[in-house]
Write a protein that binds this ligand. Structure first.
Ligand code: ATP
Length: 252
């Protein structure tokens, strides 16, 4: 397996004595789109923040393509090929789309031309509106700009924290399509989502986090149709109960 990202027994938290991640093991293979779902407060966003050097890691490791990157700070991680798109405040509203994208290459300004070609090929709509201020965009369009800005550094791994949060159903759909498109362009992606069912539809694999542990893992399809996962996390809307091949990972 060609593994881009792997966390091993990750324990992390914000306040002294309170662990939010309680031994979390996840990985992303090169080219994969991996979803992290689970109940409110399970530690999904904390997992992304711990990987991206924004939460204290108390034990365990994070590796990027086999190199240990545990606890490295965000600026280092960006140069090593990790892109992170936080849930909110992820564009500079007073700057134009073009200026936002330029900020994405501030560490490697020479690559700007090549990278802007990449993102505007991916999202032609952005290319047409480069001079528009980001603050005047809809929530979904802002997410597109935020993801594009992270793509300006040509990341080998993109971490997305709830990109569909706060968007209308139509805009959520567009955002999931954009994420799938980024992945198809060759970028490995780890996405945290509250909209679990929709996320699992576009993911190659997923993890259900519960109380800071990876409780279940499997293909998107197997998780969506696993009666235990449905009962605990997805509600009662599922219709396909045929496949039950997800794996309880820690006795979950
Ligand atoms: N900055 C912080 N300081 C202290 N505790 C925090 C902080 N951020 C998050 N927490 C706590 O960590 C726990 C996990 O939060 P986290 O945001 O990782 O969960 P989540 O699974 O992403 O949940 P949600 O789906 O509701 O966003 C929660 O109990 C939360 O209150």
């Amino acid at each position: 397996m060609d593994i881009v990202l792997e966390t091993t027994d990750l324990v992390a938290g914000y306040l002294p004595g309170v662990n939010i991640l309680n031994g979390c093991n996840v990985y992303v293979e090169r080219g994969e789109l991996v979803g992290i779902i689970g109940p409110n407060g399970a530690g999904k966003s904390t997992l992304l923040k711990a990987i991206f050097g924004q939460v204290n890691i108390r034990s365990g490791t994070v590796s990027l393509s086999g190199e240990e990157i545990t606890g490295l700070k965000a600026d280092k991680l960006v140069t090593k090929g990790v892109g992170f798109v936080p849930q909110s405040n992820n564009v500079f509203p007073s700057l134009t789309i073009e200026e936002n994208l330029q900020m994405g290459t501030y560490q490697k300004p020479k690559t700007y031309k090549e990278r802007i070609e990449f993102v505007t090929n991916l999202f032609p709509e952005l290319g047409k509106r480069l001079k528009q201020r980001a603050g005047s965009l809809s929530g979904g369009e802002r997410q597109m700009v935020a993801m594009s800005r992270a793509l300006m550094m040509n990341p080998s791994l993109l971490l997305l924290d709830e990109p569909s949060a706060g968007l209308s159903p139509v805009r959520q759909d567009e955002t999931f399509i954009n994420v799938a498109q980024i992945n198809r362009a060759g970028v490995s992606v780890m996405i945290v989502e509250q909209n679990a069912r929709r996320a699992l539809q576009i993911c190659d694999r997923g993890y259900v986090l519960d109380q800071g542990r990876d409780a279940y893992s499997g293909t998107g399809r197997s998780l969506m149709s696993d009666p235990k996962v449905i009962e605990l996390y997805l509600g009662t809307l599922a219709t396909d109960h045929t496949a039950t091949t997800s794996t309880p990972t820690q006795g979950g």
